[in-house]
Design a binder for this molecule. Structure first.
Ligand code: EPU
Length: 341
């Protein structure tokens, strides 16, 4: 099948901020061959190729002078099952949360804490998605990617991906590889992580003493839905900033000034600060720009929102004002999480 390439396509439906910019060219990839055809088209027309997944970690600040390729390949399968550990594989275009639900329906444990994260399977390794004490690296087996420079298919093991907090080799070398399919190691027995944040408390409140992975998933869906805006209702890209890692001495000094500061000591001696706390206590929670729709969510200060008509530049400008304010007040540099174009 020949790849269908459209010109001058609005990307509004394809980014969760709902920013209205145009792609010079746009196509959807349903197979490896589609990706190869997109690479050929891009070379032939001298257009860069920008690969996107669910568009949930993107801030688009201008029209995109590129071929935007949305990964839309589908398919999930069990590759191996020894009765304890199971290897499952999903195509890059599969939506993340339905994939998590599928794994739970198979009686598998491992992905429950990552429930309700927007986006696609192929985008998940890019920033090593994480929530409630679990990151994708904890359940990752391997992935297949296409090297855009050579056209070769490559297998990446856990070590090859160089996963770190919201980071990977794919994020650091943006645009080098196209992730085609990802494999996870899940287990038949439940290995639950309930210690992070309000997860156990929520289950206790429901009188669930011996939770199943499905119970944990439901609890996490409920917690997320209370705090995080649904992109279908209010444009956003989840956490807009990473939680900053700072030296212990700075964390201690800040704690003296701000006893309520939320700080998590790390194994390497650094301290991770809750950026949401810093932003809220700098007065930004619920802030909304006069005259445009850029704002800070009223329940979670780490989430920037588009109340309707904000441009990507207006959202970026708000993010930069927050960064400057946080740097001045606390001497802490906030790093943006979404990819900027
Ligand atoms: N907090 C505030 N004010 C706020 C927001 C948070 O005081 O406006 C405090 C909370 O009360 C809590 C602490 O900060 O004590 C941490 O807040 P929360 O549990 O909401 O998590 P987070 O650190 O803000 C991170 C991830 C989320 C993930 C949650 C749960 C990052 C950048 N974000 O948020 O991931 O869902 O933990 O694990 O690490 C995402 O990356 O898009 C994302 C949503």
């Amino acid at each position: 099948m020949t790849l269908q390439v459209q010109s001058a396509v609005s990307l509004k439906p394809f980014n969760t901020f709902g920013v209205d910019v145009q792609a010079k060219a746009f196509a959807e990839a349903r197979s490896d061959d589609d990706v190869r055809q997109a690479l050929a088209f891009s070379a032939e027309h001298g257009l860069p190729l920008l690969v996107i997944g669910g568009g949930s970690n993107l801030l688009l600040t201008a029209d995109i002078q590129a071929l935007v390729l949305r990964m839309a390949s589908r398919g999930v399968r069990l590759l191996a099952d020894d009765g304890e550990q199971v290897i499952v594989e999903a195509e890059a275009g599969e939506l993340w949360h339905p994939f998590v639900l599928w794994s739970l329906e198979q009686g598998l444990s491992g992905l429950e804490n990552l429930s309700l994260i927007p986006g696609t399977v192929g985008a998940a390794p890019m920033q090593n998605i994480g929530a409630y004490g679990v990151e994708i690296k904890d359940v990752f087996h391997s992935l297949t990617a296409l090297d855009r420079q050579t056209g070769q298919l490559l297998e990446f093991s856990l070590g090859d991906c160089a996963f770190a907090y919201r980071d990977s080799v794919f994020k650091r070398e943006t645009g080098r590889w196209v992730i085609l399919r990802v494999r996870f190691v899940l287990s038949r027995a439940a290995h639950l992580h309930l210690e992070y944040g309000p997860v156990r408390q929520r289950l206790d409140e429901q009188g669930i003493g011996q939770p199943t992975p499905k119970d944990v998933s439901l609890a996490i869906c409920a917690i997320r839905s209370e705090k995080l805006p649904d992109p279908a209702v209010l444009g956003n890209a989840g956490s807009f900033f990473k939680n900053p890692l700072v030296p212990a001495a700075l964390a201690a000094e800040l704690k003296r000034h701000y006893p309520g500061l939320i700080a998590y000591p790390q194994d390497d001696g650094q301290v991770k600060l809750a950026a949401g706390w810093l932003i809220e206590h700098a007065g930004w929670k619920g802030y909304r720009d006069a005259g445009n729709g850029a704002g800070v969510h009223r329940l979670q200060s780490l989430v920037l929102v588009n109340y309707g008509n904000a441009t990507g530049l207006q959202l970026l400008n708000l993010a930069q004002r927050i960064q400057n304010d946080i740097a001045q007040r606390y001497n802490v540099q906030l790093e943006m999480e979404p990819n900027l174009y």
